[in-house]
Design a protein around this ligand. Structure first.
Ligand SMILES: *Cc1c(COP(=O)(O)O)cnc(C)c1O
Length: 365
């Protein structure tokens, strides 16, 4: 069997990024939950994160957390997608922490934990306007917190958290972070003690940290993306944050083989309908150009906007499920059939490539 398409995982680069993240956070009094879902819960990614000082290993998928534990992760595991009722019995065995936003789930955790006798820590999620998970009304949040504090013997209220920039594109501003702290204080006056954890969000919440406006009481961030992508993460590509320029973008590299080389027109010929995915793309006529056809496709990486050729002058112009067309007219290097082209990756392509059964993986220490 061919070893391509190949995803190369460069652990030195990943650990360099993770160490940087942990160090930024530590300087601000923040512990990192290392989120592994970007790598589809790759065991070695979890171990890297633990080695670099993540205090928790976290994922939105229970299967990935089980894999982390089986791979030897010792850190407490945290489930960061609010759980399905149907997975709670397994979740409380595997995880020490979870994010919660439903009263029914909390009651189910209490009931299941009463059977096993093992306590479970929860972080109540507050929806501050991004409109995915979380309590929307402060009053309900405080009521549920009081219920957990007073009525639950096995569910421990560890803290509160929020998530931003996922559905609603809402940014983690100083105001949102302060609002989260004020919600925590409302709970604290309701239950008469301090919360251990105030979890201020994901990679995007590094922005208030970079700006020095993160409230002191925020003491956890849940970070995945930037450790995997470095400067190819939204922090840089969408928000222009140059702080991440010191990070590495070669933690994950896709390599694919050239299977055809030919000079062809750039505009299709004939009556145009839809492409392989039922879309009607626009084609720009740039005349005849040399292109390489590669044995990799959208079945592997998703969208062509999410792969970045390393070779100067190369441009990805299109892809179907199993083919990718790269314009190489402007490349100085000579390319032959059988050659390998390399691509840098971003969040969504890493997530898809690590999940794809068609893609081989090479791990480099
Ligand atoms: C995915 C996720 C994170 C991590 O987000 P990144 O952008 O990968 O850092 C944190 N918290 C929750 C609830 C998530 O779903």
């Amino acid at each position: 069997m061919s070893k391509y398409p190949l995803l190369t995982v460069n652990h030195e680069a990943l650990r360099s990024n993770m160490t940087q993240v942990v160090s930024w956070c530590r300087d601000a009094g923040i512990d990192v939950a290392g989120v592994i879902k970007v790598s589809n819960g790759m065991a070695s990614f979890s171990l890297d994160y633990e080695t670099c000082g993540a205090k928790w290993i976290a994922s939105s998928r229970l299967e990935q957390l089980i894999r982390a534990r089986e791979a030897g992760v010792k850190a407490p595991l945290m489930m960061i997608r609010v759980p399905m009722l149907s997975e709670i019995p397994e979740m409380i065995e595997v995880c020490d922490y979870s994010l919660e936003s439903e009263f029914a789930a909390i009651k189910a955790i209490e009931e299941a934990s009463a059977h096993t006798g093992k306590a479970h820590n929860i972080i109540l999620m507050a929806d501050l306007g991004d409109l995915r998970e979380g309590f929307f009304e402060l009053e309900e949040l405080v009521d549920v917190a009081k219920y957990v504090e007073d009525k639950c013997d096995f569910v421990h209220l560890a803290g509160i958290g929020t998530n931003l920039g996922c559905y609603g594109s809402v940014m983690p501003t100083k105001e949102k972070m302060e609002q989260l702290v004020s919600y925590a204080e409302a709970i604290e006056s309701g239950i008469g003690r301090q919360l251990e954890i105030i979890s201020g969000g994901a990679t995007s919440s590094l922005m208030p940290l970079f700006d020095g406006v993160m409230p002191e009481r925020i003491n956890m961030l849940r970070i995945g993306a930037v450790s995997a992508c470095g400067p190819l993460e939204d922090l840089r590509t969408a928000y222009g944050r140059t702080e991440v320029d010191c990070m590495r973008d070669d933690g994950f590299i896709l390599e694919a083989e050239v299977i055809e080389l030919r000079t062809k027109p750039t505009h299709p010929i004939g009556k145009l309908g839809v492409d392989a995915f039922g879309q009607k793309p626009k084609y720009k006529d740039r005349g005849m150009r040399q292109r390489a056809l590669l044995a990799v496709g959208r079945a592997d990486f998703g969208d062509i906007a999410n792969i970045f050729p390393e070779m100067p002058g190369a441009e990805v112009v299109g892809a179907s499920g199993d083919h990718t067309i790269v314009d190489i007219e402007d490349c100085k290097e000579i390319i032959r059939v059988g050659d390998i082209m390399r691509f840098k990756l971003c969040y969504s392509s890493i997530m898809q490539l690590t999940a794809s059964e068609n893609v081989k993986v090479k791990e480099v220490e």
